[in-house]
Ligand binder design. Structure first.
Ligand code: GLU
Length: 307
């Protein structure tokens, strides 16, 4: 087990990188986050863990929830049927790109971890409006081993009030028959899911569950099949870190997913789940302190799954 002192040193070394980033402001409420915050939690397959820095400070999960949406959709809809609507390939564009949808891949979102892909994936989760939110929330609670996860209402309202880019993506997808349902109720579920509060331990547990093939280390409960976890992890490798997924893979060799709230979860099969939070983001939208911390950790502990 790592020591708290070791992790704390790492946090201290990565604070200068965090200070180079900027907190997200396109969702107005996110602009209030503290850009100097940095924390990390390491969880082993038996659920034992250690945290350092401000690991208990919560942020909204944002894009990281797309992995839970994808897992729920995989449970509800065969992959072959899903890939008629959403493919599983990387994009060099931003997470909310419109040009990709119009020009590439016969109007199908390129993958489930960009906004268009996550919205389309959510439409494949069984249940009507409201029920989809509830089912994915319950899955997220199971994956994190934390049944108390809830929505931060102010971030939700802030994103709903300003989420026109996501509306544009969803209406475009309706025009191309990727979506067939009402946009607003679907987006309401999506905005709520992005606004669930998590801390570093929640993210570490989520990642540790994926690393364990779907069994939560804290509760011992199976939340997803091993095959679905492999699929979700494979897409994390190629698409989990926005336009820096390749750079991140070279630096760490580890599947990971980040969100604009500043969280990153990284799954190291057989070894650990890691949760990092640093709300200051680099130009690509990844936590700048978090990226640096994971790169150092992966190099120092030889975490790469690639060799
Ligand atoms: N809720 C955010 C959005 O839809 C999620 C984006 C992200 O974390 O990448 O814009």
């Amino acid at each position: 087990m790592l020591t708290e002192e070791y992790l704390q040193r790492l946090v201290d070394q990565c604070l200068p990188a965090a200070r180079q980033g900027k907190v997200a402001s396109y969702i107005p409420k996110l602009a209030e986050a503290d850009g100097n915050q940095l924390g990390v939690y390491w969880m082993e397959p038996n659920g034992a863990g250690v945290g350092a820095g401000q690991w208990q400070k919560r942020v909204t999960v944002q894009s990281i929830v797309k992995v839970a949406i994808f897992l729920q959709a995989l449970a509800d809809c065969p992959l072959e049927q899903m890939t008629q609507k959403i493919s599983l390939n990387a994009t060099a564009e931003t997470f909310n790109s419109i040009v990709d949808l119009e020009e590439k891949n016969q109007h199908r979102p390129l993958n489930p971890y960009i906004n268009s892909g996550a919205i389309a994936t959510l439409s494949l989760v069984q249940g009507g409006p409201g029920q989809r939110f509830q089912r994915v929330l319950e899955l997220l609670q199971a994956l994190t081993g934390n049944s108390r996860l809830t929505v931060e209402e102010e971030v939700y309202r802030s994103e709903k009030a300003t989420g026109d880019r996501n509306r544009a993506l969803a209406y475009f997808m309706r025009s191309t028959q990727i979506l067939s349902e009402e946009v607003e109720p679907l987006l309401d579920d999506y905005f709520r899911l992005c606004s669930v509060l998590v801390d570093c331990r929640d993210l570490a547990a989520f990642a540790a569950t994926l690393a364990k093939g779907g069994v939560d280390p804290l509760t011992g409960r199976r939340c997803a099949s091993r095959e679905h976890c492999r699929t979700a992890l494979a897409v994390m490798v190629s698409c989990g870190m926005y336009g820096q997924s390749g750079d991140f893979l070279v630096r760490t060799g580890v599947p990971a997913k980040s969100g604009v709230g500043g969280g990153i979860m990284a799954a190291v099969p057989g070894r650990a789940g890691i949760g990092v939070i640093g709300p200051a983001l680099n130009a690509t939208g990844n936590s700048s302190g978090g990226m640096e911390l994971l790169a150092r950790l992966a190099q120092q502990l030889d975490l790469s799954i690639l060799s």
